[in-house]
Design a protein around this ligand. Structure first.
Ligand code: NDP
Length: 341
């Protein structure tokens, strides 16, 4: 008989997560009741926010409880349907978490059309990360042709799309990424104007040279040393959509050194900066526009995407640790199972 498996949160990480913070458990494949479907997970999306859910620190979403299944976005196949709106074999996007099987009443599922694009893109360029880039840049960043945009984690799920939309809108796009291979890809394949390796020395000077007219939009994915290099280059009236601060997700204490907050606060005043945090979930009203525009850009090859697919459910914890170290190259996914024929 087929067995189901799941990862539950075993302990809250201190600093970088350890594989043992997540525990693999077997469980019986659940039985769907009337009005429910049984789902088999095909892809599990791994995303930086998962580090936050492992922590008990107060945030915009409740933490995963100790012993509970880790949260996560999934692309699944309907195996059994007792629900009028779903048929066996349907592909659905859901948030069924780190488990091979799940039962759902369908309320939070969205059907994925496998004829439009590879189904994995439903958690990537045509899903949450793509939507984050789209809403964060267009609605919060308010790009104007001729301006200069800087984004780090530029080869990743969000950053790669931010820079490519900026190019579509006529901006100069400067990416920052970890390592020569990622930078080559960002420039040569994605078409950014420049990409700088944040691990090489002298990022502030190289960034200044890459942004001769200053920076009008800094799409914040990372913070840390990248933010330090960006701040002196910001133009008056620059916009900073704050999407993520991944350089700090494993921090256990405030960074050493002087408190920079008063100087940054004053810079926001004197340069009249617009700094706005964004959560993708705030932009549901833009979802239709996103699917229309991004679907078209991807079909036309104007937005390219790269997936980093890890084969094997049991490898998910190690892959999440790698994501926080910059080991992924593109949107990170776990292939949990193949689609049935
Ligand atoms: P990515 O696919 O970009 O993967 C994460 C990347 O972050 C790594 O590959 C690495 O790239 C980079 N990184 C990690 N640590 C550092 C560091 N210390 N300094 C510089 N770069 C680092 O992830 P996503 O595209 O999914 O996410 C990007 C950001 O967007 C994250 O901060 C995430 O939390 C945020 N986000 C926010 C959402 C929201 O609603 N606000 C929704 C989705 C994502 P490299 O090797 O190039 O440095």
């Amino acid at each position: 008989m087929e067995k189901a498996r799941r990862f539950v949160l075993a302990s809250r990480p201190v600093g970088e997560p350890k594989e043992a913070d997540l525990r693999l458990e077997d469980f019986a494949v659940p039985e769907p009741r009337a009005g429910e479907v049984l789902l088999r997970t095909l892809y599990l999306s791994l995303d930086p926010y998962m580090r936050g859910r492992m922590s008990a620190a107060k945030s915009y979403a409740a933490p995963v409880a100790i012993g509970a299944v880790m949260e996560g976005g999934t692309v699944s196949e309907v195996v059994v349907s007792n629900h009028a709106a779903f048929a066996q074999g349907d592909i659905v996007l859901g948030r069924t978490g780190w488990q091979t099987h799940a039962v759902s009443d369908g309320a939070s599922l969205r059907k994925v059309d496998p004829t439009l694009a590879p189904i994995s893109t439903a958690v990537g360029v045509l899903g949450m990360p793509g939507m984050t880039a789209y809403a964060g840049l267009l609605d919060v960043g308010k790009p104007k042709a001729g301006e200069t945009l800087v984004v780090a984690a530029a080869s990743g799920a969000v950053g790669s799309v931010v820079g490519q939309i900026a190019k579509i809108k006529g901006l100069r796009a400067v990416g920052i990424a970890g390592g020569a291979d990622k930078c080559r890809y960002v420039k040569d394949v994605l078409g950014f104007d420049e990409c700088l390796d944040h691990r090489a020395p002298d990022l502030p000077a190289r960034l200044a040279a890459a942004c001769p007219d200053g920076i009008d939009i800094y799409f914040e994915n990372v913070a840390g040393a990248v933010l330090d290099a960006v701040l002196p280059l910001l133009n008056s009236f620059a916009r900073i959509p704050i999407c993520g601060t991944i350089a700090h997700y494993n921090d256990t204490a405030p960074p050493p050194g002087p408190d920079k907050l008063p100087a940054v606060w004053r810079m926001i005043l004197t340069k009249r900066l617009r700094v706005q945090g964004l959560l993708v979930t705030d932009f549901a009203a833009l979802h239709g526009d996103f699917l229309r525009d991004m679907g078209q850009w991807v079909r036309e090859g104007r937005v390219k995407y790269r997936e980093d697919i890890v084969d094997g459910f049991e490898k998910a914890p190690r892959a999440l640790i790698g994501l926080l170290r910059g080991e992924n190259f593109g949107k990170l996914l776990v292939r949990v199972a193949e689609r049935s024929e």
